[in-house]
Write a protein of this length. Structure first.
Length: 104
């Protein structure tokens, strides 16, 4: 009956150690939203400013979130957001960049 004494670690959506992580969860949510935005706007050439800026900010928030993350679930979501942000950032840069069409 040793399994009856184990704590339930599958109960939380993000915190597998049973403790709340509000900063990490907020960074995860922001990174995912920025990543999805950068990924979707990268499909349109005229939205390169949006995709490159949201991608850049998503890369920085995801990197900081990875640095302070505690659980594997947080890291998994951050990696998804980082990948989408990087994809949007690089396509946005190839279509005109951060200031394309605004300067010069």
């Amino acid at each position: 009956m040793a399994q009856a004494m184990r704590p339930n670690t599958a109960g939380g959506l993000f915190a597998t150690d049973g403790r709340p992580h509000p900063l990490q969860d907020a960074l995860l949510a922001v990174t995912l939203v920025l990543g999805v935005t950068a990924f979707i706007t990268a499909m349109f050439d005229s939205l390169h400013l949006v995709s490159s800026w949201t991608g850049l900010v998503g890369i920085f928030t995801g990197a900081y979130g990875q640095w302070i993350s505690v659980t594997t679930r947080e890291r998994f979501g951050l990696i998804l957001g980082l990948g989408a942000s990087a994809f949007g950032f690089f396509l946005g840069m190839s279509n005109g960049g951060l200031f394309g069409g605004l300067i010069g």
